[in-house]
Write a new protein. Structure first.
Ligand code: ADP
Ligand code: MG
Length: 632
């Protein structure tokens, strides 16, 4: 049986792992039998990391040795998170430069947010491995729809650090809709109302031909079940102060006991008409109080009302009336509260879907997506699930205008190519400025990356033929490459978001991580080396058929054949270093062939001219904006 691909909901408050079993997605419980793993990471006295429920007690006892809500810091810079620091006791490393990846103190050490998230992922991975009694290395992970490129990259990095190949990042609302099989409807508008522990998100999805497009999102990043808990805690603490003449507000342990008691009561009130709140006090006294659902609802109404404005705004942004929403999906533990369900129903004039557990539905949808990617026949009709890029992508052309290459609403993965040329005679370098947005001028679009294509042979303006290719992979991550086709000069960039970790940093983190499975990396490197070997072998086969081949000497041809044979011999082995070294040798051996394969017409045209003529006014060494090509 091929390896199972799991689906993961990496939540702010809770995380879950699920997989597809016999056509139905199921959540995999932890060792304690509980499906939800609290997103809390702690370091015990022996510097062992502890994740989940067991880590929660550190939050009170040794709060400098525990971290929660780390999702709020993923892919963000120090400048971005001032707001979070008002709400959360994150202890950031003080020596951070602007633009540098944040590091957070945990005990005596510091960690980046992806490393902390990786601990959570590793715990989930272990739970699944225990459950299957087999290794798990491939996953689909969900992210909020509003996560930007940097936040998505950080999530992917967390997966890699945890030893998981992240096959796809899926938007949380899309996953929720998928868990309900709404994609089978083919067309329609879906609202996903996600009220979790500390965040509220509303997303409006448009389904066309089984493809989900997020057409509007809104929400409040500081609104959730925690606010409800805090209201109840305040009441209990006030009453304890009044009735028992006991101020326990500063007693962390008592406050925590109160917190636990009110959360239990809150949860009970979702199914019972009333419940008792009971707390043992340090004085030996007991605080007791009856609370009815009605009282509870009156108390929390202002919190619930705060979710309404973002919903209305999202509808407005989507250009829709509430009546046009065809399906409403509830996500997040806090939507278990009956009053929340009433409010949502009233707002959208629809009975929301509640058949699945709202705190599991995102993970279940991730599992559905995972099984689709795995090509499992259990999956619903092998349907292809695609996301859409919400904004156009392009590059800056001469005069500061934007040349769009991939247009908005293209289904991803997507790739597109455009041709450009130089604007100045003898120009040897061009600057490629990658942009995102719908506006015509570069200055009005979001700048994603800049890189230079250097070393173009000097040619008259307009002669170089520069192919720029943009590729967005299925996770929405962009790669850009530029190639001057006459000279074969090439440059590329994988758009590294600001605050992203570099590949090297991620690799280092993988190496440093405690439970690092050496084999995982080794395997990946073997696969990557083999893929590269295949690419060069195919290119060589092409070269043999080209006229350039006959221009090689017999001994050159023999040498290439030997190098090719050497590569073929090691290619299917498991030593990636041997494969790499054979590739390098063959690469060197075929350099002249590659050169000969270049456009001979231009080469000879250039040869015919003296370099002075070509280099009129000295080609600029500083990269100059690329010009839109006239040919074709
Ligand atoms: P997140 O997506 O933010 O990680 P969850 O979807 O797991 O979080 O939601 C967690 C929140 O749901 C917590 O505030 C928890 O107290 C609340 N919650 C869970 N079950 C219930 C329930 N039955 N009634 C009310 N609130 C609940
Ligand atoms: Mg959630």
């Amino acid at each position: 049986m091929s390896e199972r691909i799991v689906g993961i909901d990496l939540g702010t408050t809770n995380s879950l792992i699920a997989f597809m079993e016999g056509g139905t997605p199921v959540v995999i419980p932890g060792e304690d039998g509980v499906n939800l793993v609290p997103s809390v990471v702690a370091l015990d006295a022996a510097n062992q990391t502890i994740v989940g429920n067991a880590a929660r007690k550190f939050l009170i006892e040794t709060s400098d040795r525990a971290i929660y809500s780390v999702k709020r810091l993923m892919g963000r810079g120090v400048e971005d998170v001032h707001d979070e620091l008002k709400f959360f006791p994150f202890r950031l490393a003080s020596d951070l430069d602007p633009g540098e990846v944040i590091r957070i103190h945990l005990g005596e050490k510091t960690f980046t947010p992806p490393e902390i998230s990786a601990y959570i992922l590793r715990q989930l991975k272990r739970n699944a491995e225990r459950y299957f009694a087999a290794p798990v290395t491939k996953a689909v992970i969900t992210v909020p729809a509003y996560f930007n490129d940097a936040q998505r990259q950080a999530t992917k990095d967390a997966g890699r650090i945890a030893g998981l190949e992240v096959l796809r990042l899926v938007n949380e609302p899309t996953a929720a809709a998928l868990a309900y099989g709404l994609d089978k409807k083919k067309n329609g508008i879906v609202a996903v109302y996600d009220f979790g522990g500390g965040t509220f998100d509303i997303s409006i999805l448009k389904l066309h031909d089984g493809i989900f497009e997020v057409i509007a999102t809104n929400g409040d990043t500081h609104l959730g079940g925690d606010d409800i808990d805090n209201l109840l805690i305040t009441i209990a603490l006030d009453e304890i102060a009044n009735e028992h003449r006991l101020d326990v507000r500063r007693n962390g342990e008592v406050v925590q006991a109160v917190r636990k008691a009110v959360i239990d009561a809150k949860i009970l009130l979702s199914s019972e008409p009333s419940t008792k709140l009971e707390i043992e006090l340090p004085s030996g006294q007991r605080y007791q109080r009856e609370i009815t659902r009605e009282q509870f609802e009156t108390l929390i109404e202002p919190v619930l009302q705060r979710t309404m404005a973002p919903c209305k705004q999202a509808l407005k942004d989507a250009g829709l009336e509430a009546d046009q929403i065809e399906e409403v999906v509830l996500v997040g533990g806090s939507t278990r509260i009956p009053r929340v369900r009433q409010l949502v129903e009233k707002l959208f004039h629809r009975v929301p879907h509640t058949e699945l557990n709202p705190d599991e539905v995102v993970a279940l949808g991730a599992a559905v997506q995972a099984s689709i990617l795995g090509g499992s026949s259990e999956a619903t009709n092998n349907m292809l699930l695609l996301d859409i890029t919400p904004l156009s992508l392009g590059i800056e052309a001469l005069g500061g205008v934007v040349a769009k290459i991939i247009h908005r609403n293209s289904t991803i993965p997507a790739s597109a190519t455009e041709h450009f040329t130089t604007g100045i005679d003898g120009q040897t370098n061009v600057a490629i400025h990658v942009l995102q947005g719908e506006r015509e001028l570069a200055k009005d679009c979001r700048s994603l990356a800049r890189f230079d294509l250097r070393g173009i042979p000097p040619m008259p303006a307009g002669l170089p033929r520069i192919e720029v290719r943009l590729l967005i992979d299925a996770n929405g991550i962009l790669q850009v490459s530029a190639r001057e086709q006459r000279s074969g000069k090439e440059a590329q960039i994988s758009v590294q978001p600001s605050y992203g970790l570099t590949d090297d940093q991620v690799e280092t983190m993988i190496l440093e991580s405690f439970d690092y499975a050496e084999q995982d990396l080794e395997q990946r490197q073997v696969i990557e080396a083999r893929n590269e070997a295949d690419t060069i072998l195919v290119a060589l086969a092409k070269g043999r058929k080209s006229p350039a081949w006959s221009a090689l000497t017999e001994s050159e041809k023999r040498e290439i054949a030997e190098q090719e044979q050497a590569l073929l011999e090691v290619k299917d082995g498991t030593d990636y270093k041997k494969i790499r070294s054979a590739i390098d040798t063959l690469n060197q051996g075929t350099t002249r062939l590659a050169e000969l394969m270049m456009d001979t017409a231009v080469t000879s045209a250039l040869k015919g001219q003296s370099m002075e003529t070509v280099n009129v006014g000295q080609g600029p060494t500083a990269p100059h904006p690329i010009g839109k090509a006239e040919f074709e």
